[in-house]
Design a protein. Sequence first.
Length: 140
Amino acid sequence: MLENLKSRIGDSGDVIVFNKTFENNVLRMLAEDFPEHKNWIENVLGRIVDLAVPFKSFYYYSPKQKGQYSIKKVLPSIAGKGYSGLEISNGGDASMQFFYSNIKHELEDAENIRKNLLKYCGLDTEGMVWIIDELKKLVG
């Protein structure tokens, strides 16, 4: 997984995330578990930009967020698109489904779980692009 991530992220440029604290913690744990990737992970940690900041700081706010700044609240409020209709629609379920599908090798629907995880994670990533596009329109 880290080799794949490394090939896609590379060694330069911003790494945009939504919730820097969470992503930093995950990367630090990975650096502990896979010390051969520690230097690259430390490079990534220094390049992270948190897309949640404008929402967390109330530089942008919509009543549809209901006082929250998670991507699950921000995306529908700014881009009109959201997670409803997905089989997996939150990080907790995604983590559990990923774990379960990787320890139960005889699981009949593992391929379906993977497809649903890819849809969910893909929306997280594409959603950040949509959020940035909408913010660009606002500052024009």
